[in-house]
Design a protein around this ligand. Structure first.
Ligand SMILES: [Zn+2]
Length: 217
């Protein structure tokens, strides 16, 4: 294998592994959700459409040019490809994108409510998880709405009446953010169910973000 094919293979394998983790970590069911990783300036690898995560092999994972043309892989890319490509185009710092319908975070998406920092781990994504305007799934408009909500600084947004999008330096990091968003959403939901959760102030979020930058390294 050439070095380019080898690095492509590693990234396509990572898409398979993180796809299976989506099921194991209860972030999705069936074929729901999708994930992608930037391969180089012009190419992205993205999970295929409609294949159970258990059955996806690295050679199935579509390699797509940034204009949406499939250059490798025999199967159709995820229907949310336009949203993933829009994030890579507008956020050069992003190397991986994860989209789920994880249940607690999606509960807040259906309320149209941002998730505030009632738990310190929310600092992984910013001062809150904002909410993007509602747009129909699998459209360019949904990608535009998600990018607008992410802005320059957020690593996650809720997609109104739909789910969650996370974007970070690598696929592994975007996956961690997806886990954190769901965890913080669950804690916030539970806290709200029996009381009035306290929200951490912005200066503490700033301090936490300095510490979390080294988390897991
Ligand atoms: Zn979706």
């Amino acid at each position: 294998m050439s070095s380019q094919n080898l690095s492509y293979h590693e990234t396509r394998s990572a898409i398979c592994e993180h796809g299976r983790s989506l099921l194991a970590d209860d972030l999705t069911t069936g074929t729901g959700g999708n994930l992608s990783a930037r391969l180089d300036e012009d190419h992205v690898a993205i999970s295929p459409s409609g294949i159970p995560y258990e059955d996806i092999e690295p050679s199935d994972v579509p390699v797509v040019r940034t204009d949406g043309t499939v250059v490798e892989g025999d199967v159709t890319p995820s229907t949310e490809l336009p949203m993933h490509l829009e994030v890579y185009e507008q956020r050069p710092d992003v190397g991986g994108v994860v989209h789920t319908h994880s249940p607690y975070a999606t509960t807040f998406a259906s309320l149209g409510e941002a998730i505030p920092a009632s738990h310190y781990l929310l600092a992984f994504t910013g001062s809150e998880v904002p909410v993007a305007e509602y747009e129909t799934h699998a459209t360019q408009a949904l990608g535009d709405a998600a990018v607008e909500a992410l802005g320059e600084d957020y690593n996650a947004t809720l997609l109104r009446n739909h789910g969650v999008l996370t974007a970070d330096g690598s696929l592994a990091e975007a996956y961690t953010v997806a886990l954190m968003v769901e965890y913080c959403a669950r804690i916030h939901y539970q806290a709200r169910a029996i009381g009035d959760p306290e929200i951490l102030p912005d200066d503490e979020i700033d301090r936490l973000q300095g510490k979390l930058d080294s988390y897991g390294q």
